[in-house]
Ligand binder design. Structure first.
Ligand code: DOR
Length: 431
């Protein structure tokens, strides 16, 4: 395997605290050296002047739809979209068809990913069979097949005793349980945030308390069991407060927030665009603010996309009928860069939430640029302007709330195991 010399960029590596102009040398699929004026005459060279050079992004929360819904996405197209977004590792959710509740499905996903996917794929297995919340999955067999965490994401485990058992058993396999925290008895038919916007639109509201009630429950169950609770897609300031307090008293709880919950409010839905519909819904200004504060102070560990592709015809229906979910990979970096520009989070804090923090939360390789680490690297141009057109992107689907918008900031190159898998001018590079 060859050598790659990434020259003269601003190397931001939160794991080692490095933020300085330097070269990065990759060799045999790993980080070989970081420093100034490295000499690597026989290496493939990338001029990174004016760019940020960071560990490859790791997404804790993605729906790649394979097996079963390949018309929306598959491991190849999802992986290519991930690479174009600067991601080198994606954790795929279990709400496939069939559900990833059996080691045979986990094996299938990981095998397919090895054949057709340019980035690392990690499987999150279901916590209960069929995501029905009734019978637990066989966690140790799933971990043996490669599962890195458990989640019924997309569905809430409403039965609190079942949630307690899931957390208890997860301790035996030392894996986190990611929860989709929405109390369905409070959500009812809600499709947008309950408040002025739902009233103006005349659409049923989904209240913030539907999230906080469940986060409070799950924190108490994590406290009782001592398990590692990971709260998926936090959308409310109230949940951030609960997680912060729980951390302070030593509960093992981690959490993530999506780019859309950090940068859009429910006002984006005023035009009835079904590409602004997701679960949990976009919230009001105060909730967005609470999430940004939670990210900045480390209460929310990671930015995770909740990339959730749906076909055009599925979204071109009444708002109440459309499936929830939006694309996430290719718009993640430019959208969250807005927080850096507004001075709400530091560059190193932002990069930590996309790299070292998610690696720590799910105990995954990568997320750092130190000698011997995997050669997973992302090169970002924070000043690059471009128009996002989902039809020109790599996902099979188009459901983005940012379609047609001007973006500032773009990943320009992505390396996985020391190999260039994406370059902004060349596209995804298929080996
Ligand atoms: O908006 C969402 N879409 N939220 C989820 O939790 C599930 C996801 C999907 O699978 O489409």
């Amino acid at each position: 395997m060859g050598r790659v010399w990434i020259r003269g960029g601003r190397v931001i590596d939160p794991a080692s605290g490095r933020d300085e102009i330097a070269d990065v040398l990759l060799e045999d699929g790993r980080v070989e050296a970081i420093g100034l004026d490295l000499s690597a005459s026989d290496a493939e060279t990338l001029d990174a002047e004016g760019c940020w050079v960071t560990p490859g992004f790791i997404d804790l929360h993605a729906h790649l739809r394979e097996p079963g819904q390949e018309y929306k996405e598959d491991l190849g197209s999802g992986g290519r979209a991930g690479a174009a977004g600067g991601f080198t590792g994606l954790c795929c959710m279990a709400n496939t068809e069939p559900v990833n509740d059996d080691p045979a499905v986990t094996d299938y996903i990981l095998d397919r990913a090895r054949q057709d996917c340019p980035v690392h794929i990690y499987a999150v297995a279901a916590a209960t069979k069929g995501l029905l919340g009734e019978v637990m999955t066989e966690m140790s067999a799933l971990v043996e097949a490669g599962a890195v965490a458990f989640s019924d994401d997309g569905r809430t485990i409403m039965d609190s005793d079942m949630q307690r058992r899931v957390l208890e058993y997860s301790k035996l396999v030392s894996k986190p349980v990611m929860v989709h925290a929405e109390d369905l008895t409070l959500v009812r038919q809600g499709v947008v945030n309950e408040g002025a916007v739902s009233t103006r639109l005349g659409l049923p509201g989904n209240p913030a308390v539907a999230e906080t009630v469940h986060v409070a429950r799950d924190i108490q169950l994590a406290e009782l069991t001592g398990a590692h609770l990971h709260v998926g897609h936090v959308s409310t300031a109230g949940a951030v407060v609960l997680i912060r307090q729980a951390r302070e008293r030593g509960v093992h709880v981690t959490a993530e927030v999506t780019p859309h919950h950090l940068t859009l409010t429910d006002e984006a839905t005023l035009g009835f665009d079904t590409n602004t519909k997701m679960a949990p819904p976009l919230r009001g200004e105060a909730d967005v603010d609470g999430c940004i504060e939670g990210l900045a102070d480390g209460t929310l560990d990671a930015i995770a996309t909740d990339h959730a592709p749906h076909a055009v015809y599925e979204k071109e229906v009444e708002f109440t009928e459309a499936p929830p979910g939006v694309l996430g990979f290719e718009t993640a970096y430019p959208t969250v860069m807005e927080l850096v520009r507004k001075d709400r989070i530091s560059p190193i804090g932002l990069i930590a939430s996309l790299t070292s923090n998610p690696a720590r939360v799910f105990d995954l390789p990568g997320g750092r640029l130190t000698r011997g680490a995997p050669g997973d690297v992302t090169v970002l141009d924070p000043e690059r302007k471009w128009i996002y057109d989902p039809a020109k992107g790599y996902s099979k689907s188009r459901n983005s709330p940012w379609a047609g918008q001007e973006m500032l900031g773009r990943p320009i190159a992505t390396f996985v195991d020391g190999a260039l898998v994406y370059h902004v001018d060349r596209g995804v590079i298929v080996p």
